[in-house]
Design a protein around this ligand. Structure first.
Ligand SMILES: [Zn+2]
Ligand SMILES: [Zn+2]
Length: 289
């Protein structure tokens, strides 16, 4: 599978300026694509989704499957600007958590959040006027979804993370030629005293863990309860789950390239001691698994 990072900024976009340079790691909020032959899987619809849409628009009639970690703004704001949504031949399956008290689409948090985001006060085109066929599916923690048409070759498992309003992490597994590859998407989660048992279940033996490292260990004590973590805890989760590659994500919007490079250097140094390869995720990064 080919993994590509389209956005890895946390909370709000952080465009580059002359004084505050973010070109290297990028300023768009969370969006990751995973491509296998015949399938495009999209993890979160932050502002990075816009650039993914520009790339995908070259091929009309897109079939894509979205998995949403949660529906905070920084994970949905790219959706109104996703060009394939305006193509009547596009078909999307969209997965995420349900909230039984929500009024529309069987309580799908994703459908309700996207619908509200595109009310006429907020955006000129309503969700149901965009053109693409959209099918919404509710998930519960621990649920495993085998992607239709892949005969179990591509599967996604949801796991509960620790974030205000709740958030899912996902394990994406791809089997080909007798080999299983796995990528774990765990953005927007706060660590506790011990490794997170739910995340450990998702990440056990995975090839790569993409983990929320919004805060430095020094900053974290001022942000307890905000729902985010540090690179130190990313390494701890990797070490406990036997994961050898860590990608840091949800970069703080106040962090420029220079500050992120320092974090990356610190994390790599510690990672080497544990035999874990570390990179800060950056926009445009591609990984073939
Ligand atoms: Zn976020
Ligand atoms: Zn969030």
């Amino acid at each position: 599978m080919k993994i590509k990072i389209w956005g890895c900024r946390g909370s709000i976009p952080a465009p580059s300026t002359a004084e505050f340079v973010t070109n290297r790691y990028g300023g768009n909020t969370t969006c990751v694509s995973i491509s296998v032959p015949g399938q495009v899987l999209i993890l979160d619809a932050g502002t990075g989704l816009r650039n993914l849409g520009l790339a995908l628009a070259e091929h009309p009639g897109l079939r894509a499957t979205f998995f949403f970690s949660h529906v905070h703004w920084d994970h949905i704001q790219g959706f109104p600007f996703f060009l394939p949504s305006f193509d009547r031949d596009s078909v999307f399956n969209l997965y995420g958590r349900s909230h039984p008290q929500l009024p529309n689409f069987g309580g799908s948090a994703v459908a309700n959040a996207l619908l509200l985001q595109q009310q006429s006060l907020n955006f000129p085109v309503a969700l149901d006027q965009m053109g693409a066929q959209m099918h919404f599916f509710n998930l519960v923690a621990g649920q495993r979804v085998e992607l239709p048409g892949t005969a179990g070759v591509l599967a996604v498992t949801a796991g509960e993370l620790n974030h205000p309003g709740s958030c899912f992490g996902y394990r994406i597994e791809y089997r080909r030629g007798g080999k299983a590859r796995s990528f774990v998407f765990a953005t927007d989660t706060e660590h506790g005293d011990k490794a997170n048992a739910h995340l450990q279940t998702l990440a056990r033996g995975a090839d790569i863990l993409l983990y929320d490292a919004q805060f430095t260990p020094e900053e974290y004590p001022s942000y307890v309860g905000w729902g985010h973590s540090t690179w130190v805890h990313g390494l701890r989760e990797c070490a406990a789950a036997g994961v050898k590659r860590l990608l840091l994500t949800h970069h703080d919007p106040l962090r420029d390239d220079w500050a992120l490079a320092r974090i990356e250097t610190d994390a790599r140094q510690e990672g080497r001691k544990l035999g874990i390869e570390v990179d800060a995720a950056r926009e445009g990064m591609e990984i073939e698994l």
